[in-house]
Ligand binder design. Sequence first.
Ligand code: AP5
Length: 222
Amino acid sequence: AKSEPLRIMISGAPASGKGTQCELITQKYGLVHIAAGDLLRAEVAAGTENGRRAKEFMEKGKLVPDEIVVMMVKERLSQPDSLENGWLLDGYPRSSSQAVALKEYGFLPDLFILLEVSEEILVERVVGRRLDPVTGKIYHLKYSPPESEEIAARLTQRFDDTEEKVKLRLRTHHQNVEAVLSMYEDITVKVNGNASMQEVFEQIDNALTEFIEHREAIPGSV
Ligand code: AP5
């Protein structure tokens, strides 16, 4: 029989490597990656009313109001693929009210992964980050350069990826992170995110493997 789907939250400061690790986790575990920031950027790109409002907050590095974010994430989590294959929620919740709202809708994580990265490294990662609009892949000019000239020529940069804006995003992160962490203390896995992409993934992979083995060892739990 198919085992119970995994439900994972991944959190960390701006550019701590959440998106990068989510790519590696979904490749191995087949979870549905749901990134609050990506859902918001899709609304901005589509030019919807919510997108227009969201962009005002994103440009200031502030949290987009709950009335936009909560329903958007809840609806994505409720899709059949997430319910069936399990989910990997990236960049949500970012406040205790977002965590409470999700709990009220019955979405509870099995594990809460926290990527811990020092501040100088975060700034370097932000300014070097580039995105491939064709494949959606995340690159870094120094740490994960594009594979060909063709890809290099089409890379884009996010509108909030400047040194000035990342400082504002970091401030918002520091203001909110403790309140969120306190709600998931008993299921939190802290990961040293300063290491290489592969080393960070090994720490996460070990934690997920351990969780699955432990769950399967308890009779009647699967
Ligand atoms: P969001 O898109 O979630 O941005 P963020 O939290 O600032 O995180 P990032 O996407 O910048 O970074 P990441 O951790 O995914 O890092 P990545 O893997 O790309 O949110 C944007 C905005 O939307 C917010 O400011 C807010 O306004 C709004 N928003 C989002 N969620 C919200 C919510 N729940 N409520 C309200 N508002 C919300 O890596 C970064 C770079 O480093 C890449 O170039 C990568 O190649 C490189 N890299 C990654 N890992 C390593 C490594 N180990 N070694 C070397 N380089 C690495």
